[in-house]
Design a protein around this ligand. Structure first.
Ligand SMILES: *[C@@H]1O[C@H](CO)[C@@H](O)[C@H](O)[C@H]1NC(C)=O
Ligand SMILES: *[C@@H]1O[C@H](CO)[C@@H](O)[C@H](O)[C@H]1NC(C)=O
Ligand SMILES: *[C@@H]1O[C@H](CO)[C@@H](O)[C@H](O)[C@H]1NC(C)=O
Ligand SMILES: *[C@@H]1O[C@H](CO)[C@@H](O)[C@H](O)[C@H]1NC(C)=O
Ligand SMILES: *[C@@H]1O[C@H](CO)[C@@H](O)[C@H](O)[C@H]1NC(C)=O
Ligand SMILES: *[C@@H]1O[C@H](CO)[C@@H](O)[C@H](O)[C@H]1NC(C)=O
Ligand SMILES: [Fe+2]
Length: 522
């Protein structure tokens, strides 16, 4: 009897050991595995009372499905868009919802049980036919899986909630139940955009920014000319509602760069034109944007500074760098400070292919580290400088922060704190991911949170309405618990970077990119 019992214990111990030792990043693959379950307002429990002031809804966008029928996406960025939301009613209760964005792309794909021919960042396996590739090029990108945002419509005196990709077209969504309300192709004045070569005409940003002192927002529009002798252009755009926009400035460019985000200060917009340019001829042939962008490792980065009021453009250049996410920017007398999270090259983004992400050896082999970089523009001299400075930190990897977020009340103002994640913090496993707070004012307030076999995504900061400091608030972070193979939402004190509490969800959330907290949605 005793023998049998000890044998059982031994077996349990062996099993547990096996479970941990065989898979150095247990459960990580679930971030890149389809989950088709949809839920609406499922109550979730936090064991500890949440702060009473936490009221509103966190809506996040990201990946839901990585294949349809017999066909698969080659690159994770092409996964079908799926929204998730956490509603806090301010009485300690919380409700979770998750739903696919019912875009034309998603609907057509479901109806045919195959990936429908719309433009993707990379190819599909098996490949589209030449005819379908042409069709995809004409239709452009329809899969808005990157971000969510709120515009204000003055005419209707109401907010409009949208899902975005790096593209001019957007989808309007309901933040209450995550239903898709419909596609919007914004127009400029009377002119409705949407040429015959969808993607090439209408590159834009999944990261609009508020225009300080107004209820408008700012974005850009890049247009690649497919007609010889017609010039390529970049426009800085003022967003007056989901559909109504106006041009602040428009200028010709020799080549069109891939840009994902930009910065706005009180009076200026700052665009970093990565030396990563659209190769038009290859694009027309292959219809796969990531394969049709050429990286110039020896060229400087062109920087455009546009005056938001006059539209005046100043062009400068700085070090060669590939910037995905701008963190924040602000003016100080005759200078502008700009912080970005950049990479040495686009190799990182290219590496986020399904085949690489699903294979531990391959995914651990590429350089997964972003680098926080500060630039300073002298407005008297019209020059930009990369500010190389001693990071002054006890957490050296805090400089490798990716997916940056800030206290949005400090947008376009002098600020100190940036929150984000750092991949591969052990320099071995991509899946070794820490949640990091970096003090840009270098007063030793860097913090980091790491939980073994747990995989966090972007950390969104929600301020305490009675805040006493910039970091008085909580971070809401969806995390996949690789051991239990379940996702949960962590509520983290932004001050201490300790978990206040968490709530497990009835489903796994595949990797999510960006989200936002809307305090009016309860
Ligand atoms: C990281 O990789 C090493 C070597 O493969 C492995 O022993 C370790 O368990 C991994 N750690 C984590 C946290 O993923
Ligand atoms: C959540 O709160 C309960 C009750 O106070 C506590 O026992 C538990 O440790 C907390 N969980 C986390 C992850 O902080
Ligand atoms: C929260 O509780 C208060 C008082 O108990 C109640 O008046 C209010 O309606 C509740 N709010 C929600 C969203 O349930
Ligand atoms: C996709 O299908 C759903 C369900 O039939 C519908 O409500 C939605 O409007 C469709 N989307 C588009 C973009 O037509
Ligand atoms: C706009 O709506 C808000 C609340 O929805 C209301 O308080 C305000 O008076 C309205 N403004 C105008 C100009 O109608
Ligand atoms: C900007 O350049 C001008 C002219 O060279 C110089 O006088 C000024 O000190 C510079 N400002 C900053 C902030 O470096
Ligand atoms: Fe982004």
């Amino acid at each position: 009897m005793i023998k049998l019992k000890s044998l059982k214990i031994l077996l349990v111990v062996l099993f547990t050991l096996l479970k941990f030792c065989c898979c150095e990043d247990y459960g990580f693959q679930l971030l890149f595995t389809s989950n088709t379950e949809e839920l609406e307002d499922t109550e979730i429990k936090f064991e500890r009372k949440l702060p009473k002031w936490l009221k509103g809804t966190l809506v996040r966008n990201g990946f839901g499905k990585f294949e349809m029928g017999m066909r698969q996406f080659a690159h994770s960025f092409d996964a079908f868009a799926k929204l998730s939301s956490w509603k806090f009613d301010g009485n300690g209760s919380a409700y979770f919802s998750t739903r696919f964005i019912e875009s034309s792309f998603y609907n057509d794909s479901l109806a045919t049980d195959d990936i429908a021919p719309y433009l993707l960042f990379e190819g599909v396996i098996p490949e589209f036919s030449a005819y379908d590739k042409m069709k995809a090029l004409m239709r452009g990108i329809d899969n808005m899986n990157v971000n969510v945002y709120k515009f204000y419509n003055e005419e209707r005196n109401s907010s409009e909630y949208v899902a975005l990709n790096d593209f001019w077209k957007i989808y309007e969504i309901s933040p209450w139940d995550l239903t898709t309300l419909g596609a919007v192709t914004p127009h400029i004045g009377e002119r409705s955009l949407g040429g015959s070569f969808g993607f090439l005409d209408l590159l834009s940003s999944a990261h609009p920014l508020p225009e300080p002192g107004t209820r408008n927002h700012i974005t850009f529009l890049s247009s690649v000319s497919v007609i010889p002798f017609f010039s390529n252009t970049i426009s800085l755009i003022r967003i007056k509602s989901a559909v109504e926009r106006e041009v602040i400035a428009k200028w010709d460019v020799g080549r069109v760069p891939y840009m994902h985000s930009f910065s706005v200060t009180e009076n200026y917009a700052i665009l970093f034109a990565n030396p990563f340019y659209v190769n038009v001829l290859r694009m027309l042939r292959k219809a796969e944007p990531f394969e049709c962008l050429d990286w110039y490792a020896d060229e400087p980065t062109t920087v455009y500074v546009v005056n938001l009021n006059s539209g005046e453009l100043i062009t400068m250049s700085t070090i060669n760098v590939f910037t995905m996410h701008h963190v924040n920017a602000y003016e100080r007398k005759d200078k502008i400070i700009i912080d970005v999270s950049a990479y040495p090259s686009p190799e990182f983004v290219k590496s986020l292919q399904m085949e690489i992400l699903r294979d531990p050896t391959q995914r651990n082999a590429f350089d997964a580290h972003a680098q926080l970089k500060r630039f300073r523009i002298n407005l008297t001299k019209n020059k930009i400088n990369y500010v190389k400075r001693d990071p002054k930190t006890k957490i050296p990897y805090s400089m490798n922060l990716d997916m940056p977020t800030i206290n949005e009340l400090y947008r376009a103002s002098r600020y100190c704190f940036v929150y984000g994640i750092v991949l591969k913090t052990d320099n071995i496993n991509l899946s070794h991911i820490s949640i990091v707070k970096r003090d840009m004012c270098r007063r030793g307030r860097d913090r980091s949170l790491y939980i073994k076999y747990h995989y966090p995504s972007e950390a969104w900061f929600v301020p305490n309405p009675r805040r006493k400091s910039e970091d008085d608030g909580v971070l809401l972070v969806p995390i996949l618990d690789g051991v239990r193979q379940k996702s949960y939402l962590a509520v983290i004190s932004a001050k201490t970077m300790k978990i206040i509490n968490r709530s497990y969800l009835p489903v796994v959330i595949p990797f999510s990119l960006h989200g936002r907290f809307f305090d009016e949605i309860v």
